[in-house]
Design a protein around this ligand. Sequence first.
Ligand SMILES: [Zn+2]
Ligand SMILES: [Zn+2]
Length: 259
Amino acid sequence: MQKYLVANYHTHTPRCKHASGTEEEYVKAAVRAGIKVLGFADHVPCPPEDGFVSGIRMGMEEAADYVRDIRALQKKYEDQIQICVGFEAEYIPWYYEKQMALFEELGIDYMIMGQHFLGSEQERVYAGMPNRTEEFLIAYVDRVIEGMKTGSFLYLAHPDLVRYEGEETVYRREITRLCVALKDMAIPLEINLLGILEGRHYPRELFWEIAGEAGNEVIIGIDAHSPDQIGKMDYYRKGIALVEKYNLHLIDGMGMIHR
Ligand SMILES: [Zn+2]
Ligand SMILES: [Zn+2]
C-alpha cells in the first residue's frame, strides 16, 4: 500500500447539515485507506442566543447522540482502527466556559480549533471573506492566539482560512506573529486537504512559506465532509508537495489515546 495518512483528526458527520454519508461509512473508508487513528471533529454546537439557529452545525441537543454513536463505532471497530471523538470549534471568549462544560459533560477526547468566524456565528464575520483591512487580520491572529493559550485545542485547522488580501508586508508580519506564537506553544498547524480538493483559497502558499521559516509542526487533515474524500491519494500528494516545497516539519499524529 502506498503511504497515506496514519491519523486524521478532522472528520465531519451529517449532523452538521453540510456533510454526507453515515459515520460508519467514514470509518470503513478510513480502514480501507489504512488509517490507524480516525478522529471525528464535527462542528461544535453553540448555545442558542437570541433565537439564532445555525445551519452549519448540530444542535446542542444532538451532541450526546453524536458522542454515543461514535463511541459505539469505536467499540465495534476496535480491532481495525482507533477512533476518537471531538469537536472542531471556534474560540469565542464568551462561549468558552459553556463549550468546556459541554466538553466535560460529554467526555470527548479533544478539540481542534477552526476559527471560521472572528466572533460568534450569528455575527456573521466569516474569516474567509476577502478583506483588505489590517484590523481584520490582526483580530483573527489575536483571537487564535488567545484561544490557543487556554491549552484546550489540539491543533489549528486550516490556519490560512483567513483571507486578507491587502499588503503582503502586513500579511507576513501578522502570520509570522501567529506562527511564532503557536510554535512557542507547540501547537501544530493543519494543511487542509478539503481546501485543495475544492480549490478553495487555502492552502495559501505564502502562509506555508512563513510557517516553514518559523519552523512550526504541521499535520495534514482531510476535513472529510463525505466518506469518499478519505483515501484520495492525489490530494494527499499535493499536501506532501507543500510540505516538501516549504521544508515543513510534518508530524504523523498526536499520540492520541482514546478513552
Ligand atoms: Zn464543515
Ligand atoms: Zn473548518
